[in-house]
Design a protein around this ligand. Structure first.
Ligand code: ADP
Ligand code: MG
Length: 229
């Protein structure tokens, strides 16, 4: 569904060049859960931002089905983000003055799909929290709202950058279960960045990054199922 071919990404900082990604190749298939692992600074967020059309590679080709995303102009990239991408961030990025339901409704409206905010909150187990504001929720609940918001776009690709980075281990596993369930029950491809190697066993596909390069990549034939927490 989506493919990176020889992707390089360089940042210019003063007169220095930082090589964030170097000759990165991989494929992601629909309905699969991919986990990207690597230490801080290894290029995980850079890779996710290029997948999500929020940044462009310096060299190489990004393909989404028959489209060459790396050739898109700004307008085409905006359209690609709307059509294809859902994003989940480490610190949720919810609007504090809106309830859970309103946070999703406003995102859905931007995408011309203003029903079903409740259904998406139900899907992440938050039917009881529709009218709560972010500061009335725990970290895990806020992350579930943010996942529901991303799902309301019906994304082909759900990109999650350290979604459990600020959560305790039990809550992290709940989030992991929701993400695994999405990949198993829908066509959405889920890509999750983490530095927690415990999550590797749950993924269909694992990409390990080191210093901007792929150190190792492999498929799990029988990924472990996340039990209900
Ligand atoms: P990770 O998410 O694995 O921690 P990043 O993708 O954020 O890694 O960063 C990879 C490398 O690129 C790091 O050396 C980082 O400092 C550098 N980098 C990332 N974003 C920028 C930027 N906007 N400008 C300059 N350097 C950057
Ligand atoms: Mg990062």
């Amino acid at each position: 569904m989506i493919e990176f071919q020889k992707i390089d990404k360089e940042y210019h900082v003063g007169d220095q060049i930082v090589k964030a990604l170097h000759k990165v190749n991989f494929k992601i298939e629909q309905g699969k859960l991919t986990i990207i692992l690597g230490p801080s600074g290894s290029g995980k967020s850079t890779l996710l931002n290029i997948l999500g059309g929020m940044d462009r590679p310096t060299r190489g080709e990004v393909r989404f089905n028959n489209e060459i995303v790396s050739n898109f102009n700004d307008h085409e990239l905006t359209d690609y983000r709307r059509r294809v991408i859902g994003f989940v961030f480490q610190f949720y990025n919810l609007i504090p003055s809106l309830t859970a339901l309103e946070n999703i409704a406003i995102a859905a409206q931007l995408n011309g799909n203003d029903h079903q905010a409740e259904d998406y909150l139900h899907q992440v187990g938050l039917s009881q929290r529709l009218n709560n504001f972010p500061n009335q929720m725990s970290g895990g609940e806020m992350q579930r709202v943010s996942i529901a918001r991303a799902l309301s776009k019906k994304p082909k690709l759900l990109l999650c950058d350290e979604p459990t980075g600020a959560l305790d281990s039990k809550t992290s596993l709940k989030i992991m279960k929701i993400l695994q369930d999405i990949s198993k029950t829908t066509d959405t491809a889920v890509v999750m960045v983490t530095h927690n190697p415990k999550f590797e066993q749950y993924a269909d596909h694992v990409i390990r990054l080191k210093d901007g390069q792929i150190e190792k990549t492999y498929d799990n034939k029988n990924p472990k199922f996340v039990e209900k927490v």
